[in-house]
Design a protein around this ligand. Structure first.
Ligand SMILES: C[S@@+](CC[C@H](N)C(=O)[O-])C[C@H]1O[C@@H](n2cnc3c(N)ncnc32)[C@H](O)[C@@H]1O
Length: 370
C-alpha cells in the first residue's frame, strides 16, 4: 500500500491530480466551500477558547489540492486574524500535490526554488495570498514547535494497513505474493507471526482486522505536540470504532477496483480505526512523559456540520447566488455532505485537546460534538 501510493517515482499520489469528476474520488472540501468554512469557524472558536495564543500555526496533514486550507485561510482573514500571528505548515509527501497547493494558496509560485538553509526541516517555503509564511514538511516530527491547530481530512485512510487473520496457530499476516509466470499479484498468509501481529490487543475478539502502525505513530506525535506546545486536533475521515474487519479496497474512476490489478493506477484505502487512534492519542509512548490528552467523538459528519450551522450557511449562499444552476449545485452539495446515505454518516469527526483544558471543556464543550 505504501509503495503503490507513495513510491517516489511511480506512487499514485506522486505524479497526478486524482481528485474530482475527472479523477478517482471526490472529497468533502472539494464538494463545497461550506465544508472548509465550518471547519475554520470551529478552529477559530477553539483557538479563542484557549486564549488566542500567538504566534500559532495551522497544520494540515495530506492537504490534497489545498482546497480545505484555502477555505480555512479565507475565513481566518475575514475574522481579521493577523497574517503575522499565523503560519501555515503542510505535511505533504507528494511533490506534485505540493505544487498544486502552492498554486492555490500562494501569491506567486516559486519556479526557481530558493535555496533552503542547510538545517531546514521543510522542503519548500512561500507566502500565502494573505501574507503568512507557509512551509511544506515530509513528516509531523519535522514541524516547528508552537501552538498548533491540526487538521487531517482523508489523510489517515491513505496510510498503509497490515491485514491480520487469526488462524489455528495464532495471528498471521496477509502478505502479497508475486507470480512470475503470469506477472500477477495474489494474497497469501504468513507462515509465522510477523511484527505487525504485535499490534493485536490481548482481548481482541475479531478473527480478522487491519492495523496501521504508521497512523498510530503520527497521531502520537500530534498528541505529544499538543501536550508539550499546546494545540488542538481535528481528524475527519471514514472509519469505525475498532469493530470492522476487512475494509482495504481500491478506487478508480469513482468505482471499486481490485487493489492487486494494475497497482499505481487506483487509490488504495482502508477505513480508519478511530478506537486505535484514540488509544494512541491518549497513551504516551514508554519514553515520553505526558498526561493523557482528551478526545471528543467520533461524531458523524452530518451532525457536526448541522450543529456548526451548515443549514444557515446554505441559506446565506442561496440568497446571494447569481443563477439557478449555482443554487441547484449548492443544494446538491449540502445534500451530499449531510445525507446519511451519502457522506453524512460514513464520515466521522474526532477532536483532540490537551489534558489541561479539561475544566474549560466541561464548561464549554467542543461545538459540533454534542
Ligand atoms: C485522500 S488525499 C486527501 C486530500 C485532502 N485532504 C482532501 O480531503 O481533499 C490524501 C492526501 O495525503 C497525502 N499523503 C498520503 N500519504 C502521505 C504520507 N505518508 N505523508 C504525507 N502525506 C501523505 C496525499 O499526497 C494527499 O495529499
Amino acid at each position: 500500500m505504501r509503495e503503490v501510493l507513495t513510491n517516489p517515482t511511480a506512487g499514485y499520489y506522486m505524479k497526478q491530480d486524482v481528485f474530482g469528476q475527472k479523477g478517482d474520488f471526490i472529497t468533502s472540501p472539494e464538494i463545497s466551500q461550506m465544508f472548509g468554512e465550518l471547519v475554520a469557524v470551529w478552529l477559530i472558536n477553539e483557538w479563542t477558547k484557549c486564549g488566542k495564543p500567538k504566534p500559532f500555526q495551522i497544520v494540515e496533514l495530506g492537504p490534497g489540492r489545498g482546497t480545505l486550507m484555502s477555505d480555512i485561510l479565507r475565513v481566518f482573514s475575514r475574522f481579521k486574524i493577523s497574517e503575522s500571528d499565523l503560519s501555515v505548515s503542510l505535511v505533504e509527501i507528494s511533490p506534485y500535490l505540493s505544487q498544486e497547493q502552492e498554486k492555490r494558496l500562494c501569491r506567486t509560485t516559486n519556479k526557481n526554488e530558493k535555496k533552503l538553509p542547510k538545517d531546514a526541516h521543510y522542503y519548500k517555503e512561500s507566502i500565502t495570498v494573505y501574507g503568512s509564511p507557509i512551509r511544506w514538511y515530509n513528516h509531523v516530527s519535522d514541524l516547528p514547535r508552537s501552538f498548533s491547530l491540526f487538521v487531517a481530512h482523508e489523510f489517515f485512510d491513505a496510510l498503509p494497513v497490515h491485514k491480520l487473520i487469526k488462524s489455528d496457530q495464532g495471528w498471521r499476516e496477509v502478505l502479497i505474493g508475486f507470480n512470475r509466470e503470469n506477472s500477477t499479484l495474489h494474497y497469501l498468509l504468513s507462515r509465522e507471526r510477523t511484527p505487525a501481529c504485535l499490534y493485536c490487543r490481548e482481548n481482541e475478539t475479531r478473527k480478522e482486522l487491519e492495523v496501521s502502525p504508521q497512523s498510530l505513530v503520527i497521531i502520537q506525535s500530534m498528541a505529544t505536540r499538543i501536550h508539550q506546545d499546546g494545540g488542538i486536533g481535528l481528524v475527519m475521515d471514514y472509519g469505525h470504532e475498532g469493530d470492522k474487519t476487512d475494509t482495504f479496497r481500491g478506487f478508480r474512476n469513482h468505482k471499486l477496483h481490485d487493489p492487486l490489478v494494475d497497482p499505481g493506477t487506483a487509490d488504495l484505502t482502508a477505513d480508519v480505526d478511530f478506537a486505535a487512534l484514540k488509544w494512541a492519542a491518549t497513551h504516551p509512548r514508554a519514553d515520553e512523559d505526558w498526561q493523557a490528552n482528551l478526545t471528543y467523538g467520533t461524531v458523524e459528519q452530518k451532525d457536526f456540520l448541522t450543529r456548526m450551522g451548515i443549514d444557515v450557511r446554505l441559506e446565506q449562499l442561496l440568497a446571494t447566488s447569481q443563477s439557478e444552476e449555482t443554487a441547484r449545485n449548492l443544494k446538491s452539495a449540502h445534500q451530499m455532505l449531510t445525507n446519511p446515505s451519502e457522506m453524512g454518516s460514513k464520515f466521522k469527526f474526532l477532536a483532540l485537546y490537551p489534558a489541561v483544558m479539561e475544566i474549560i471543556l466541561q464548561r464549554y464543550p467542543p461545538p459540533g460534538f454534542s
